[in-house]
Write a protein that binds this ligand. Sequence first.
Ligand SMILES: C[S@@+](CC[C@H](N)C(=O)[O-])C[C@H]1O[C@@H](n2cnc3c(N)ncnc32)[C@H](O)[C@@H]1O
Length: 292
Amino acid sequence: MHQPALYSRSNDMQRESVSRVLREWAGRLRWSREEQEAVLDVGCGPGDVTAQLLLPRLPSSVRVLVGHDVSEEMVRHAAAAHAALAPRLRFLCTDIAARDLPATPLGACAQQLQGFHKVFSFFTLNWVLDQRTALCNIFSLLRPGGEALLVVVANSPLHDAFLALQKHPRWASYTHDAISLIAPYHYSSDPINDFSAVLQEADFHIHSCRLERVSYNFPSMQEISNAAISLNPFLKRIPEELKTKFIEDSMTEIQREMSKVLSINFNETFERNNKTLSYSLISAHVEKITSS
Ligand SMILES: C[S@@+](CC[C@H](N)C(=O)[O-])C[C@H]1O[C@@H](n2cnc3c(N)ncnc32)[C@H](O)[C@@H]1O
C-alpha cells in the first residue's frame, strides 16, 4: 500500500462498503449544535474516501477533519490532491500504533484541538498487528463523550492468497512474515468476540459491534489485479525484474481463494473466471463514556 495513485483508482470495493456503512451509521452518532467538532480519519490512505465520502457526510459545524496515515507517500498524495479543502481538511503522518503517541504529529494535533469529538477508520485497523495499542491510542485521542466508527476486515480471500504465497519456494523469502501483515482476526473463530475484547480492554463502551459477509463483483479481471496490487504488502520488496511473475502468481492464488469461498458459500463449482470477492467485515460503533 505504497502506491497512492493506484490505490485511489482501484478502491471501488472499499468505497462501496464505506458509503453503505456511512449511510447506515453516520446518523446514529450524536453531533453537537453548540460545539464546532474535530474529526479524525485513521488510515486515510490517499485521502479520497476522507474527502469525497466522509467529509460530505459531516455536519457543516465540523471545524476540522484530520486524515492521518502511517505512509508518507499516502499523506503527501492526500495533501496535494485535496489542497483546495485545506485548512478544514488536513493530513498528517503517524502510526496509529505508536507507543509514544503524544510525541507524534497526531498527538500534537490532538493536544492542540483538545481531543477529537469523532474518530472514523475504514479498512485500516486490519493492517495493524498491535491492536491493543492502536485502540488505546484511538481512545486517548477522543474527548470524553467522543464516539468512533471502526470498519475492519475480519477475513478475506486476499489475505489467504498472501499467506499461500509463502509456500512458493520462489516467493517464500519475500513473504515469510505474511502472518504479521494479514488481518489480526483472520483465523479467529469469533472475530466479534475478539475485537470486542480489545475494545473493552481499551475502555470503550460498545454501542454495536457486528460482523457481516460482503460480496463485491469486480467488473473485470484487470480490476481485481489492480486492487490486489494496490493492497499487496510485499510488492515493494520484490526486485523489479521479478514483479511481473510475482503479480501473475499472486493472481493465481487470489482466484483460487476467491473460488474456494464461492464454492463453500454458494455451492458453486470452481470457476477460474469468478470475479466476486466475498469477505467478512466488522463494523463497530463505540464511545469514550464521560466519567461522572
Ligand atoms: C486499505 S487502505 C484504506 C484507506 C482508506 N481508509 C480507504 O478506506 O480507502 C489502508 C491504509 O491504512 C494505512 N495504515 C496501515 N497501518 C497503519 C498504521 N499503523 N497507522 C496508520 N495507518 C496505517 C495504510 O498505509 C493504508 O493507507
